[in-house]
Design a protein around this ligand. Structure first.
Ligand code: ADP
Length: 491
């Protein structure tokens, strides 16, 4: 299934889960509306029926009195019509759902109808006085019927209130159920959305992690990516693998080329340096002052070029994973003295004060590759420090013991410092801050220094102060058993 279909399916599932309680709510609301509607209709219609009955009874009583007094057949017909009207109202009451109430009222109507028939017979027989006497007995019936209808109205109000209460309870239950169902649906929808999105994002995150490794120069395609997936993520992973393999091939070819080219350059450079030196010494005849100066420039440039070539060789070895360090016990004093001697002359020439300090608590020896630490680590750090420090400035090399039983070699200068943005990149291969003339390197010095330090199991960090000046700290693990140095020295 491709990503689009998967997303579509997820959102359909989420919508369905959320739709279910909504439909349930809709159904309940419709039901409640029906109940309210029915209550309204039945209530109103029952009240109308009871009111109508009261009217018909009053009318009937009035015409009955009239009929008994004057014997008018119109009044008799009106009595019958009111009786029929009252019975219609009874039917209306029954069909409004109040059959019980209608049956109660019917008892009174029956007795009134019965009395009416008897009155009719008495008047038809001319027995008006008997009829008047009977009417006197019938009239309380009307009062009782009217009272009974009032009671019925009250009963009706009570039963309606009960139904309204039941409806309210139903609405409360619906609200509670609905809130519960909505919360459950929401949780379910979130779970579905989470599962489905993580099925997409977790392989993407893995691809992104591996891409970051490639961006950092690691060109090995990982086995754990979802190459077998049939969707776009699988396609991305496969393209990424192909790209990584191609990059790794290009990288291998580049390292091979750099290695071969550097080897090829080294021998002619040595020959140039050698002959320049022989010429300077006068082996091939006398040399004028001007020629001496030209020869020393040739010699210096050949040395600079040889250093660059050896850096390229180092980096190609590092890239091929072949940087080796041969550890042996190093005499700390001798080591520091060598470095001091090598740079004191340049410091004097440049008018820079070069201070070397050794902590008395340090052991007299430590394990490491003396050549690499001297040339590729301290050599690079110090030549950078000299490159960036103006005449009148100071450079300090301090050897001390740092936390975790480590030898710390700190090189600080009073140069311009390094901006925080650049700080994270200065140890990258071929990276240089700006392109100033004095940055005449290849951006490899710090990268090589870092690799050598890492190969010793140590760390290298850089700090820079706002006011200017940088400090590079190299920390190398020390063996516990080594004895402290006999004396400290500062020069
Ligand atoms: P390069 O061999 O070209 O000097 P590096 O790897 O030694 O390159 O240094 C990388 C960058 O870090 C350089 O471009 C340089 O500008 C900066 N840098 C290194 N050391 C210092 C320092 N002590 N003060 C200021 N900038 C420095």
């Amino acid at each position: 299934m491709n990503v689009q279909s998967r997303l579509l399916l997820t959102w359909t599932a989420v919508a369905t889960v959320l739709l279910a309680p909504s439909l349930f709510a809709l159904n309940r609301v419709v039901k409640l509306r029906d109940i309210a509607y029915e209550l309204g209709i039945r209530h109103r219609s029952a009240y109308v029926a009871l009111g109508g009955m009261q009217t018909e009874l009053a009318r009937m009583e009035r015409f009955q009195v009239n009929y008994v007094a004057f014997g008018s057949p119109v009044a008799a017909a009106e009595v019958r019509a009111s009786l029929a009207g009252a019975r219609d109202r009874l039917d209306q009451l029954a069909s409004a759902g109040h059959a019980g109430l209608a049956a109660n009222a019917e008892v009174y109507l029956d007795s009134i109808e019965d009395a009416t028939s008897r009155l009719d017979s008495l008047i038809a027989a001319g027995m008006n006085e008997d009829a008047t006497a009977l009417l006197g007995g019938v009239r309380p019936l009307y009062t009782r019927a009217s009272n009974a209808i009032d009671e019925l109205a009250e009963e009706l109000t009570t039963s309606t209130e009960l139904e309204v209460d039941a409806a309210r309870e139903m609405s409360d239950t619906v609200t509670r159920t609905l809130v519960g169902a909505l919360v459950a649906a929401l949780l379910l929808a979130l779970a579905i959305a989470y599962r489905s999105t993580s099925a997409l994002t977790s392989p993407l995150r893995r691809v992104a992690r591996e891409m970051a490794k490639v961006a950092g120069g690691e060109f090995t395609p990982p086995d754990t990516l979802p190459y077998a997936r049939a969707d776009e993520i699988g396609a991305l992973a496969r393209s990424f693998r192909t790209m990584t393999l191609k990059l790794s091939e290009v990288d291998r070819l580049k390292a091979e080329f750099v290695s071969v080219a550097s080897h090829e350059l080294k021998s002619p450079l040595n020959v140039i340096s050698g002959y320049a030196e022989l010429l300077q010494r006068g082996t091939y005849g006398p040399v004028s002052e001007k020629q001496q100066s030209v020869l020393s420039t040739i010699s210096a440039q050949a040395h600079a070029l040889a250093r660059r070539v050896s850096q390229l060789l180092d980096i190609s070895r590092i890239e091929a994973g072949g940087l080796s360090v041969s550890r042996a016990p190093i005499q700390l004093h001798e080591f520091v003295d060598d470095v001091d001697r090598a740079y004191q002359a340049i410091a004097e020439q440049r008018g820079i004060s070069f201070i070397v300090e050794v902590d008395p608590l340090l052991p007299s020896t430590f394990d490491g590759d003396a050549d690499r630490l001297r040339q590729e680590v301290l050599g690079n750090l110090l030549s950078n420090a000299f490159k960036f420090t103006e005449s009148g400035g100071a450079i300090r090399l301090a050897a001390s013991r740092s936390a975790g039983n480590q030898l710390e070699l700190a090189v600080s200068d009073t140069g311009p410092g390094i901006s925080p943005d650049e700080m994270s990149r200065i140890f990258d291969k071929y990276y240089q801050v700006g392109r100033q003339a004095r940055n005449a390197g290849a951006g490899l010095g710090l990268a090589i220094a870092r690799e050598v330090v890492l190969a010793h199991g140590g760390t290298i960090t850089a700090e820079s102060r706002k006011a200017g000046g940088s400090t590079f700290r190299v920390r190398l693990p020390l063996a516990d058993s080594l004895a402290p140095a006999e004396n400290a020295r500062v020069s």
